[in-house]
Write a protein that binds this ligand. Structure first.
Ligand SMILES: NC(=O)c1ccc[n+]([C@@H]2O[C@H](COP(=O)([O-])OP(=O)(O)OC[C@H]3O[C@@H](n4cnc5c(N)ncnc54)[C@H](OP(=O)(O)O)[C@@H]3O)[C@@H](O)[C@H]2O)c1
Length: 324
């Protein structure tokens, strides 16, 4: 099979496309013929050796895929050969075939194509659990989304609007903000245009109820300052490369809550909650009310360009690799 290979940790251009043997199948696993894979920011970090979990090279990068089941390990009866599925793994998705535990794949709903399925899981699951289970967003609440043109941010914009919130999207370009507005953002703010704290104060004179932050860096503190008394700030990631340090007196004076969400620990500590929200989210996906926005597609041979595009913060919504 053809696969992208990361031979040493480094910048995206260390990755090569090579011919590899098909991955071996063990009990409880399924082999999926990958049709599409999506490129997530953590893929860049894993290739660079800068992710929370280090994957020793050589490895096949890629954490999200969709395709067709082509073989089953012993003991698997929840899916069948020939079934369309999508799923996630730490690595292995930028290849014509991937082997994962059967529990890691979900049937692809009718009427959803492979690119949409590959681009859906990580961003929408993250955004949905952040909004529903962590921030407990209520209809009519004011929700500020940072990184609103990115994968997680744009999903949070769309899902926040679907939940009846009034969403303020914050991003660095008009192109990103136009897409966020088309996905339901009521207000848009280009943070390159000046003082974010002032812009948020003008847009939300009574303050925000919730901030969703997948970016960190210099944007986190002004966004936190935009919360009204009792608001909730959810830290989701640090795409800026900087983990912000927040003065705790802000939390004291404003009576706000700072909350966190990380998918793997949430799955370990709150599996029942995750399962309940998964049922709601798949329902939204199958009915096409919650679909990823695919801003750019690359061929498998262009994997370096795709990783670089995401690393440079250029992605609008999701970036998809067409694998076969
Ligand atoms: N907690 C979880 O379970 C979980 C799950 C998925 C992802 N994440 C994390 O969430 C973060 C966002 O993921 P994503 O998939 O939404 O990423 P993405 O599509 O690449 O979007 C990230 C956004 O961050 C902003 N940004 C600022 N500085 C940047 C820089 N130096 N490089 C790249 N982007 C920069 C950009 O927005 P501007 O327009 O403002 O520049 C960009 O649109 C990542 O850190 C990821 O690891 C966490």
């Amino acid at each position: 099979m053809r696969a992208a290979v990361c031979p040493v940790h480094g910048a995206p251009d260390v990755v090569r496309v090579e011919e590899l043997p098909a991955p071996a199948l063990a009990d409880g696993q399924v082999r999926v013929r990958v049709h599409a894979a999506s490129v997530n920011f953590p893929d860049v970090l894993i290739v660079a050796g800068q992710y929370q979990v280090s994957v020793p090279p050589p490895f096949v990068p890629g954490s999200e895929f969709a395709g067709v089941v082509d073989a089953l390990g012993d003991g698997v009866d929840a899916v069948a050969v020939g079934e369309r599925v999508f799923g996630a793994a730490m690595v292995g998705a930028f290849a014509e075939e991937i082997v994962v535990p059967a529990s890691s794949v979900t049937p692809t709903p009718e009427g959803v194509d492979d690119a949409e399925a590959a681009a859906f899981g990580v961003a929408h699951r993250t955004a949905y659990n952040v909004l529903r289970s962590v921030a407990c967003v209520q209809p009519g609440e004011e929700v500020v989304v940072l990184g609103a043109g990115g994968g997680v941010g744009l999903a949070a914009v769309q899902l926040g609007a679907l939940l009846g919130a009034s969403v303020t999207a914050v991003a660095s370009s008009t192109d990103k903000l136009d897409v966020a507005a088309a996905r339901g953002a009521k207000t848009t703010i280009n943070h390159q245009g000046g003082d974010l704290r002032q812009a948020l104060r003008s847009a939300l004179p009574d303050g925000a109820d919730v901030v969703v932050d997948p970016v960190g860096g210099d944007l986190a503190e002004p966004a936190l300052r935009s919360l009204r008394w009792g608001g909730r700030f959810v830290t989701v990631g640090y795409a800026s490369g900087t983990i912000p340090r927040i003065p705790l007196n802000l939390v004291l004076l404003k009576g706000v809550q700072i909350l966190g969400f990380e998918m793997r620990s949430f799955a370990i500590h709150a599996p029942d909650e995750l399962e309940r929200k998964e049922a709601e989210l798949i329902n939204l996906f199958a009915s096409r009310r919650a679909l990823p926005y695919i801003g750019k597609r690359f061929a498998l041979d262009e994997v370096v360009d795709a990783l670089r595009y995401v690393a440079d913060g250029k992605a609008i919504g999701k970036v998809v690799l067409d694998v076969s």
